[in-house]
Design a protein around this ligand. Structure first.
Ligand SMILES: Cc1cc2nc3c(=O)[nH]c(=O)nc-3n(C[C@H](O)[C@H](O)[C@H](O)COP(=O)(O)O)c2cc1C
Length: 321
C-alpha cells in the first residue's frame, strides 16, 4: 500500500469499479461478498484482480442470519483474493485454514479487548477497530477512541506489532491523522467512499450525504428485514420517522411493513429491508437504508475515488492533529 487508507466494505455501493479505483490509487480496496452468490463472488474477485495491480480484500460478515454461502467464501479465495476481512464475529478454525491454504492474509473487525484477544488467538494478521460513529451496521457499542486505546493495549499484551486500523466517522485526512496519533496503523473509510463517482449509490442518496451533518444520523434497529437485531446508523428518513412516531414497535407491528418502496429490475424491496439505495433502483429509494456515519458532515463533494485518496493524504500531511 502507498497510503494507510482502507476502503470499508459497504455492501451495495461498493462495486468492482470502486475497489479498483481505490486499489489503483495505492489504498486498500474492498469487495463485500456476504450477500453475493458463489458465481458472482468468483467473477468479482477475478474482475478486480485483472483490473488493478493494487491490493484489496474480500469481506464476509460472520454473524448475519441467514449466513453467507460458504461457496462464495471458497470462490473468493480460489479467484485469488489476497486478503479476507471478517466482521461481526471471529472466523472459525476452518475459515482460517482455508485462508492460509490460499496463502492469503486476514483481518478481523473488533470492538473491545475481549474481541481483540479472540481475533489474535485465531491468528489475525490485522485488526479493524470499529467505533459507534460508523455508518451501516454497527458492531461497536462505544466511541472509536475509547475502544481503540483498549484494543491497542490488548495487542501490545498479546501480540505486539499487529496493525490496528481505526474505523467509524472518519472522513478527512485530519481525522486519519488523529486516529494514527492515538496509535492506529491506518484508517478505514465507508461513508466517505460511498460519496464518490465510482460508487453505485443512488444519486439521491449521494446528494443526501453531501447535505447531511453528523446529527442527522441515528443509531437504531429500525431496518431489520434481512438482518434482524443488528444496530445500524442511517440518515433519518421517512421510514425511520414513521416508525419512531409509532413508538418504535417490534417487527410484525411496524407501520407500512409490507409496502414495496423500491425495485431493482425484477426484485422488489419492502420497507425496513437492510439495503442501501443504489443507482440501479427505482421508487422511493430514500425510504431504504440510508446508511451514513457520523463523519458525514465533512463529506461535501463527489470526487473520483482515486483523487479522494490522494487528497486525503495531502490533508493528512497538512493537518495539525
Ligand atoms: C452502505 C454501507 C454498507 C455497509 N456494508 C457493510 C458490509 O457489507 N460489511 C461490513 O463489515 N461492514 C459494512 N458496513 C460498515 C463499514 O464497513 C464501516 O464499518 C463503516 O462504514 C465505517 O464508518 P464510516 O461510514 O463512518 O466511515 C457498511 C457501511 C455502509 C455505510
Amino acid at each position: 500500500l502507498r497510503y494507510p487508507i482502507v476502503q470499508a466494505p459497504t455492501n451495495g455501493p461498493a462495486g468492482p469499479e470502486l475497489a479498483t479505483a481505490i486499489a489503483d490509487a495505492g489504498a486498500l480496496g474492498a469487495i463485500p461478498l456476504t450477500w453475493t452468490a458463489p458465481d458472482a463472488a468468483l467473477a468479482l474477485v477475478q474482475q478486480v484482480r485483472a483490473a488493478t495491480k493494487g491490493t484489496f480484500f474480500a469481506n464476509f460478515v460472520l454473524a448475519v442470519d441467514p449466513p453467507f454461502d460458504p461457496r462464495s467464501f471458497d470462490n473468493a479465495l480460489e479467484a485469488g483474493t489476497p486478503v479476507v476481512q471478517f466482521s461481526w464475529g471471529i472466523p472459525s478454525a476452518e475459515h482460517v485454514r482455508k485462508v492460509r491454504a490460499a496463502h492469503a492474509k486476514f483481518g478481523v473487525q473488533v470492538t473491545s479487548a475481549g474481541s481483540a484477544r479472540a481475533a489474535l488467538d485465531a491468528g489475525a494478521d490485522y485488526l479493524v477497530c470499529q467505533g459507534i460513529e460508523a455508518g451501516g451496521h454497527v458492531q461497536a457499542t462505544r466511541p472509536l477512541m475509547e475502544q481503540l486505546v483498549e484494543v491497542l493495549d490488548e495487542v501490545r499484551r498479546v501480540r505486539a506489532g499487529v496493525p490496528v486500523l481505526a474505523s467509524g466517522g472518519i472522513s478527512t485526512g485530519r481525522d486519519i491523522r488523529r486516529a494514527m496519533a492515538r496509535g492506529a496503523a491506518g484508517a478505514v473509510l465507508g461513508t466517505r467512499f460511498v460519496a464518490t463517482l465510482e460508487s453505485r449509490a443512488h444519486p439521491e442518496y449521494k446528494r443526501a450525504l453531501l447535505a447531511a451533518n453528523g446529527h442527522d444520523t441515528v443509531y437504531t434497529t429500525c431496518l431489520s428485514k434481512g438482518w434482524p437485531n443488528a444496530p445500524h446508523r442511517i440518515l433519518r428518513n421517512p421510514t425511520f420517522t414513521m416508525w419512531e412516531a409509532a413508538g418504535c414497535p417490534p417487527a410484525g407491528r411496524r407501520p407500512g411493513e409490507t409496502d414495496v418502496v423500491a425495485r431493482d429490475g425484477d426484485t422488489s424491496f419492502e420497507r425496513y429491508r437492510t439495503r442501501a439505495p443504489l443507482a440501479s433502483m427505482t421508487g422511493a429509494v430514500m425510504e431504504m437504508g440510508t446508511y451514513a456515519g457520523m463523519g458525514v458532515g465533512s463529506v461535501r463533494d463527489l470526487p473520483a475515488a482515486g483523487d479522494l485518496v490522494r487528497r486525503l493524504w495531502r490533508e493528512f500531511q497538512q493537518g495539525k492533529a
